[in-house]
Design a protein around this ligand. Sequence first.
Ligand code: B12
Ligand code: SF4
Length: 434
Amino acid sequence: MKIFLINPKNVGRGQASVRYMASTPLALSILASLTPEKDSVRIIDENKRDIPYEEEVDIVGITSMLHASGRALDIAKKFRARGVTVVMGGFFASLCPREAEDYVDTIVIGEAEHVWGNLLEDFRSGKLKSRYQAGNLIDLSNVPFVSKKWFENGDCYHIETSRGCPFHCDFCSVTKFYKGTLRHRLINDVVRQVRECSNKMIFFVDDNIAINKKYAKELFKALTPLNITWSGQFSINAANDDKLLKLCAESGCKFLFTGLETLNSKNLENVDKNWMDPQKFPGLIENIHKHGIGVYGSFMFGFEQDTSDIFHQTLMFCEENKLDLALFSAIFPIDGSKFHEQLKAENRIFEKDSAKFNGQHATFTTKNMTSRELDDGLRWIWKEFYSKRSMKKRIGHLISKIKETPLSTESNNVSTEEFMVALNTSFRVAVTDF
Ligand code: B12
Ligand code: SF4
């Protein structure tokens, strides 16, 4: 049996327009690893190559986030028009099943590990069901080992050490998907997976790699002898732990992505994220820098308290605190989040095009600024932050030491400085089109 596993093309601007950030989703490598060896599998990331619609194939699996759903459903339509069976899974199919199922033969709701094998067997015997609902969340020792052949050359390799997040920020769909749970993989399993990929850059896809500090410290100690270069995501609160940061740096971490979201604590309170205190951000950022790790901060705009001067204030903050990288988004209602329920009840969501739900557009009526101000402010801050002027202010001390070279994901030996300069340079090129 011949199977295609497809990641639909990203549409629009944002971090995914930077090559380093546009690696093929881990879900597809996992599905390929779960597929019996007797079947032939091809992973096709539409960001990197065209989809070969004309080739013979028996079944197509598509993954999709909400903003890529329009594209994902178009791909499904084309295959089905040729009589090919289409399966859809991932966050969009799981959180919006009714919107997906009219366009595909079957959907998978939830995790694939205990479902994919049965689904393929049902297909083989002509008994495919229209919906596969994963049962209880899996024990992460059942996550398959992914051979290097299922990662794309030129990608930063994605590996997970945990799934889920115990927090419940109103705007986030992770809580609904994982029901507020948090599970970790066995450190030995992570080490085995990392060894397979250790000559490449690694991105740990966990929502928060340091949520369990005891586990994180053990993990970092286990990674240190492997001599890798990695980046990951964590919550800024963990940056008050020097021991953790020291072990993190020693294990090869070059930068950490962290959702700072907003500098206004009332905004954080409104979205149930007030376990972070913006007053403490400068000290925590400084602490991460002290350990030689770069900080990639993520900010959102359009919160209830935001007025149009928020963009300028945020830029000043980023420059004063020498943020190495930043992601700027308009807060948007994702299906499955409390924020979505609230805005829907208030009849404030005006955007109908799912492609606009990628954090780069105004999608609902904001309270204290217009949609135009939000769109313009967002474009302005992207361009300003990645301007030569701002780069000089934020990372000028690094640029003088290094020549700007394109980032290669083929190396596992890149310094934080080189990494930050190369990524700023890539973003600067990308934002010229914003
Ligand atoms: C890593 C990550 C990224 C990475 C890599 C993205 C990528 N293309 O792989 C980066 C940093 C680039 C990124 C960017 C963005 N991301 Co992101 N990201 C994640 C994160 C943290 C982990 C994803 C992951 O790899 N998980 C591990 C894998 C194994 O799990 P999985 O994908 O869910 O797959 C399992 C099942 O869902 C299922 N499955 C999945 N696909 C399929 C397909 C089939 C056929 C089947 C049968 C099963 C199946 O089986 C898998 C194994 O069990 C998630 C949050 C989360 N906890 O999931 C957010 C998340 C997916 N991202 C999100 C968003 C919004 C974005 C951005 C728009 C953010 C922004 N403002 O720019 C951009 C969009 C970029 C783009 N256009 O691709 C949202 C999506 C919301 C939604 N409902 O659609 C999430 C859920 C975060 C959130 N807080 O809500 N992201
Ligand atoms: S935004 Fe981050 S901390 Fe909040 S629930 Fe989502 S993953 Fe967890």
